[in-house]
Design a protein. Structure first.
Length: 338
């Protein structure tokens, strides 16, 4: 098979895994009209070529019990690539994006267990890097949409219903259970490869498959962990990433998930600290779509004032996975936020 060709089956497979990330190939095969062996072979090729990957990420419970922040770094133009590579090796900086000239040079997603730990990372480590000339930190007070809910849009309505008949992807999380050393070991392995089987996870952690199954059921049920199937731009056809910063009255902030988060191509919507209290990221088809998306956002939420547009130039790291200039995965610097 030509490595540059992405088939409709590839796209359907990725969409199916975005909904049911750890489903057995034999469960997905009838839905997609091929054999389980074909699906396994397709997925192996997509992951080998860095076009798609699946990994454990923090669930919604994390955002309520720990800290997420978006950090803007500035540096001299000659230092941009070097700084991005340096920051990408820091486990707290789970996503690192080089931005287009005109404002900050890097946009980071940072995860930490407490506000104090996040403050120490930003002021004690990032701000002291020799290339850094400026730092702005925005604490996320609420996450309304993130990459775990983004969908490729390749399945039809009947397939979507078969995969998620009860709409379980929108369940609400309960209280946060305690996470012990074994849980962290399991989550660390799954942050590298979210489709590792129970037997392999049991072997890696020195326990039984039944114990692994029980632990994962508890962690996913409480939304401590979620699974995310990410893709390179070659699969999405959406090469332009733009992050809008905006200001909205407090009375309108809770309407974000019903407005900005439901727009096509939405990757992230968050309420953040600062005078610009809204952050929203979209993946778009071209530069011309940026203004159209902004117009639509403001039409949906008339009280929203856009204060800045941060255009992504290249993603160096996405939720712990290292990417090349074409957005294909080349390696992993696993996240360990639990």
């Amino acid at each position: 098979m030509d490595s540059d060709i992405v088939s409709e089956l590839d796209l359907a497979l990725v969409h199916a895994l975005q909904i049911r990330p750890r489903a057995a190939w034999s469960d997905l095969a009838p839905l997609l009209g091929v054999t389980a062996v074909t699906l396994a072979r397709r997925w192996e090729r997509l992951t080998r070529e860095g076009l798609a990957w699946l990994a454990a990420v923090p669930g919604r419970t994390f955002s309520r019990t720990r800290c997420t922040a978006f950090v803007l770094l500035s540096c001299a133009p000659v230092d941009r690539e070097r700084l991005a590579a340096r920051v990408a090796q820091l486990t707290e900086a789970v996503t690192v994006e080089l931005t287009a000239p005109g404002g900050a040079d890097l946009l980071l997603d940072v995860l930490a267990p407490t506000p104090a730990a996040l403050h120490e990372f930003v002021t004690g480590r990032l701000a002291r890097l020799p290339e850094v000339t400026g730092v702005e930190c925005l604490f996320a007070t609420s996450l309304y949409a993130d990459g775990t809910r983004w969908r490729l849009g390749s399945l039809d309505a009947s397939q979507l219903m078969a995969l998620d008949p009860a709409g379980n992807g929108d369940r609400d999380a309960g209280g946060a259970p305690a996470v012990d050393a074994l849980d962290r070991e399991l989550l660390g392995a799954l942050a590298e490869d979210g489709r590792l089987g129970l037997a392999e996870l049991a072997q890696r952690t020195g326990t039984s498959a039944a114990t692994v199954r029980r632990r994962l059921h508890r962690l996913t049920g409480a939304d401590v962990v979620a699974f995310r199937c990410d893709v390179a731009p070659a699969l999405t056809g959406l090469p332009v990433a733009v992050t809008f910063r905006g200001r909205a009255p407090v009375r309108d902030v809770n309407a974000l998930h019903r407005t900005l988060g439901t727009l096509p191509e939405c990757r992230l919507v968050a309420a953040v600290t600062g005078s610009a209290n809204i952050l929203a990221t979209y993946w778009l088809r071209d530069i011309g779509a940026v203004q159209h998306r902004e117009t639509t956002m403001c039409a949906r939420l008339p009280s929203l004032e856009i204060t800045d547009r941060v255009l992504g130039e290249r993603t160096v790291k996405r939720m712990g996975h290292l990417l090349d200039a074409d957005g294909r995965r080349t390696g992993t610097c696993p996240i360990r936020p639990w």
